[in-house]
Design a protein around this ligand. Sequence first.
Ligand SMILES: CCCCC/C=C\C/C=C\CC/C=C/CC(=O)SCCNC(=O)CCNC(=O)[C@H](O)C(C)(C)COP(=O)(O)OP(=O)(O)OC[C@H]1O[C@@H](n2cnc3c(N)ncnc32)[C@H](O)[C@@H]1OP(=O)(O)O
Length: 302
Amino acid sequence: MALAVGMRVLTRSLLRPWVRGPGATPGRTGPVAGGGDCVRCFGSPRVLVEPDPAAGFAVMKMRNPPVNSLSLEFLTEMLISLEKLESDKAFHAIIITSDCPGIFSAGLDLKEMCGRDPTHYAEYWKAVQELWLRFYLSHLVVISAINGVSPAGGCLLALSSDYRVLADNPKYAIGLNETLLGIVAPFWFKDTLVNTVGHRVAERALQLGLLFPPAEALRVGMVDQVVPEDQVQSAARSVLAQWLAIPGHARQLTKTLMRKPTADRLLKERDADIQNFVRFISRDAIQKALRTYLEKLKQKKS
Ligand SMILES: CCCCC/C=C\C/C=C\CC/C=C/CC(=O)SCCNC(=O)CCNC(=O)[C@H](O)C(C)(C)COP(=O)(O)OP(=O)(O)OC[C@H]1O[C@@H](n2cnc3c(N)ncnc32)[C@H](O)[C@@H]1OP(=O)(O)O
C-alpha cells in the first residue's frame, strides 16, 4: 500500500523529461556520458533513461552514488522507469547499466535492513520482491551491461536480465555473497541463480558466498560475455540486435514459459516470504552481523 502511494507520488513528480550534460536544461538536447546527444532523456534523480525509440530500446542508467545500493527510493524509481518503458509500444528492450564508476550495484541497501522497525522491513522487502518480479518477467528484452562490481542484490538484478555482458576488470566481481554477511539468500535469489548456472555451481557459490571475477563468472555461466571495459556498452547494443531480430511474441512466450514457474513460487508465497524476511532480519544476531559488516566497510577506508 505504502509502496503504491509512494510510486504514485514519485510518478507525478519525477518522470519528467530529463536532459543531461553540463548546463543542460529540461526540454533541451544535451550531451550524454557515452558520447552523442540525448534527444529526450527522462527519468528521476537516481535513474537516467536514455531512450532510442527509433531503435526500439532504452538505456537505463543507475546513478545512486556512491555504490548504487538498492534503497527503497531507488527501487521505487527503477520500477517506475521500467513500467513507463514497458507501457510504451515503441520499446522492445532495455540495457541496464551503471552511472557510478566501478560499481554496477552494491546490492540491497544495508541501511534499509538495519536498525529499522518491522513495518519498514516489510515495506522494503515488498519493494525488493516487486523489482525482481518486474525485471524477471518483463516482456522487454533486458540486457545487463555490467560495468562494475555486483554483489548480492546487484548480482540478482543482473541475473534477472536475459543476457549479461561483463567488463573485463578483475575488480568487477559478481555473485551472491550473502553468507559472508551472515545472512541467507532467500529461495527466489537461489532459484534465479540455479536457473542460470545449474544446481551444483549454485550450491557451492551460495554456501561459500563466492564473488566471481570475470573469467570465472564466464566459465560458470553467471555472465554470457566478458569484453574489454571500453566495449561493454557497444557489446550490449550488438547483442541486442540479435535478440530483437526474433519475432517478439514467440520470444516473449518462450521467456514466460522458462521463467513463470520460478516467479510463481514467490507469487504464491509473497506474504509468507515477507514475514520470513521480517522475522529473520529482526533477530538480534542478524542485526549485530549487519552492523559489524557496515562497520567493516567504514573501517576499510581509514
Ligand atoms: C532459514 C531462514 C531463511 C530466511 C531467509 C529470509 C529472508 C532472507 C534474509 C535476508 C536476505 C537479505 C538479502 C540481502 C542481499 C544484499 O544485497 S545484502 C548487500 C550485500 N552487499 C555487499 O556485500 C556489498 C558491500 N559493499 C562493498 O563491498 C563495497 O562498498 C563495494 C560495493 C565493493 C564498493 O567499494 P568502495 O571501496 O568503492 O566503496 P565503500 O566500501 O567505501 O562504500 C562507500 C559507501 O557506501 C556504503 N555501502 C557500501 N555498500 C553498501 C550497501 N550494500 N548498503 C548500504 N551502504 C553501502 C559504505 O558503507 C560506504 O559508506 P560511508 O562509509 O558512509 O561512505
